[in-house]
Write a new protein. Structure first.
Length: 125
């Protein structure tokens, strides 16, 4: 809280929350990520999808700020989903989730517009 000239407390403006979505076919990891997001005071979980197909149907309605997306999704893979997402919502930031450190798919996802990537073995804070 800040104080004005008369030493009265002036409340700080509230910090906006970051609207997030998860796209992960592994149920355990999807639930774990969803739980971690809901525990953070500045993140809001809008949706968690188990496929690119369902995510692409939902994204236009929820308009997330950030998406955590598995690279190796069955059906439409994460890189193709990213390309389609960026054409729908170009300002949405996407972090790709991968089990592999050195992968052509990581490079392709960065070329397609991913903001970065996280290794699935990265410990939760």
């Amino acid at each position: 809280m800040k104080k004005n000239a008369k030493s009265r407390p002036v409340p700080s403006p509230p910090r906006p929350t970051i609207k997030t979505a998860v796209v992960e076919d592994d149920a355990w990891l999807r639930e774990t990520l969803s739980h971690e997001i809901t525990q953070h005071p500045h993140l809001t979980l809008l949706a968690a999808y188990d496929s690119a197909e369902s995510a692409l149907l939902g994204f236009p309605h929820i308009q997330p700020d950030v998406v955590l997306m598995d690279i190796n999704l069955p059906g439409i893979n994460g890189v193709e989903c990213l390309r389609r997402l960026k054409s729908l919502l170009p300002d949405t930031q996407v972090l790709m989730l991968t089990a592999y450190e050195e992968s052509e798919q990581i490079f392709n996802s960065l070329l397609a517009g991913a903001s970065g990537y996280l290794l699935k073995r990265t410990p939760m804070p």
